[in-house]
Design a protein around this ligand. Structure first.
Ligand code: HEC
Ligand code: HEC
Length: 388
């Protein structure tokens, strides 16, 4: 995958890259049953070795986790897919790096089993840190130490004993800060217009959201619209010139959260357990860090401004076979819309890319046609080879 592609897709980030490549791979795998519109959950239950041709180490892993796992590797080593794969034939083992990567996976499992009671503490990133060749030596100092100039920085209090508000109180303060539960619950639809910035570009974007949990955004590219959508259960992406791609796994989880107009009041019931992990500096402000555990899903981290009580950052994690992939959303420029404070700017960042949306116009409770959220037909599967 070349650089231009990756950049162009920074917008839809991991999701899009994964979807595009998935299409390519699917077309080559012989006799893959058609993952039709209703096959979303079935696809989730399929094992990697059933969908792909040459899985030796990641056997038993859900098939839908293969692409996220590959993105985890790519981000951990700071490489592209072709570092290990022959273009257009992912199953081939021609490159030595791919064979090494298999051994590395096995090594990682052994390290964790033997030293961390099987918990996935050590991952590819622990050693590689964004480089194919991990450093075995600490580097020499290339700059004057900062302490000499301004004195040591105040460390984040995340590791210190915490004695502040409880997580429940922080969530409650947040709901109050945005206008109270009643005001939050009153919103039934939202239309936003603004710009999206990624890879040095700035393009117009329109976002429509409507209860229950439906959301669609249109980025106006010179060559047509890019669409990211969620209809309450299914999510999909359309990039100009490419067929529709469906979302899977953690991407759906994230899309559902983004589509929720009442997230402020829905956060608390989402968690089976909450904990405050101290405070952390974000830009100029100090924020409380709340970690919420969910049943059967990765946790969520919430950062609340110590002063205003507003949510300034949310971090969620996508599960892969080798480690978790974080998505960080920073919220800012809160403004009042009919009694509710709404962020007019947010930046979504993942290991593979980032984008910022700045809206200039937000309208709540205006009519939004249900037809907007209807999923277009999924393109037909390419013809299968005659014999399997
Ligand atoms: C550092 C090496 C490495 C990189 C980089 C990498 N992969 Fe892989 N990939 C592997 C290994 C190793 C396997 C086989 C895993 C196994 O045997 O369980 C694999 C398997 C696959 C498969 C299954 C192929 C089949 O039919 O058996 C696909 C598809 C795939 N990778 C896609 C990707 C994509 C897309 C990227 C870029 C986002 C990528 N890989 C980046 C090492 C890599
Ligand atoms: C415990 C540390 C450690 C972990 C964990 C680890 N690696 Fe490595 N890896 C290394 C070291 C050290 C080298 C370099 C060996 C050398 O220089 O010959 C290496 C080399 C590699 C190479 C060959 C690079 C090249 O340029 O030829 C690949 C590919 C690779 N690792 C992939 C992975 C993947 C994928 C994972 C996670 C599944 C992983 N590694 C986890 C330490 C680690």
């Amino acid at each position: 995958m070349n650089r231009k592609w990756t950049l162009a897709m920074g917008m839809a980030a991991t999701l899009a890259i994964c979807a595009v490549v998935a299409g390519g791979a699917k077309a080559q795998s012989s006799g893959t049953p058609h993952a039709g519109p209703s096959a979303g959950s079935q696809a989730g239950e399929r094992k990697a070795e059933e969908q792909f041709k040459n899985i030796q180490v990641l056997k038993g892993v859900p098939a839908e986790q293969i692409f996220p796992s590959m993105q985890f590797i790519t981000a951990s080593l700071g490489v592209e897919c072709d570092f290990c794969h022959v273009q257009g034939a992912f199953e081939k083992d021609d490159k030595k790096t791919k064979q090494t990567a298999r051994k590395m996976m096995e090594m990682m499992f052994v390290i964790n089993k033997g030293n961390f009671e099987g918990h996935r503490e050590v991952t590819c990133y622990s050693c590689h840190r964004g480089s194919a060749q991990p450093a075995g030596m600490p580097p020499v100092m290339t700059e004057e130490p900062k302490e000499a100039l301004g004195g040591p920085k105040k460390p984040d209090s995340e590791t210190k004993e915490y004695s502040g508000p409880s997580p429940g109180q922080l969530l409650e303060k947040y709901v109050q800060a945005v206008g109270g539960a009643a005001a939050v619950e009153k919103a039934t639809s939202r239309v936003m217009k603004g710009t999206i910035e990624f890879g040095g570009k700035s393009l117009p974007i329109e976002i429509y959201a409507k209860d229950p949990d439906r959301r669609i955004s249109f980025t106006h590219m010179p060559e047509g619209d890019n669409v990211t959508a969620f209809n309450g259960h299914e999510g999909w992406l359309v990039m100009t010139g490419h067929p529709l791609r469906e979302m899977h796994g953690s991407d759906l989880d994230g899309a559902a959260m983004d589509a929720d107009l009442h997230l402020a009041t829905h956060l608390k019931p989402m968690f089976s357990e909450m904990r405050v992990r101290g405070t952390k500096k974000i830009g100029d402000l100090e924020a409380y860090v709340v970690v919420g555990q969910r049943e059967g899903k990765p946790p969520i981290q919430l950062f609340f401004d110590e002063q205003s009580g507003l949510l300034v950052r949310l971090v969620r994690f996508g599960e892969t076979a080798l480690g978790q992939l974080p998505t960080q959303i920073d919220y800012g420029d809160y403004r009042d819309v009919g009694g509710v404070k709404i962020p007019y700017r947010w930046t979504l960042a993942r290991p593979s890319g980032r984008f910022t949306i700045q809206v200039s116009e937000v309208k709540d409770n205006v009519p939004v046609d249900d037809a907007k959220f209807v999923k277009p037909p999924v393109p037909p599967e390419p013809p299968k080879p005659p014999a399997n």
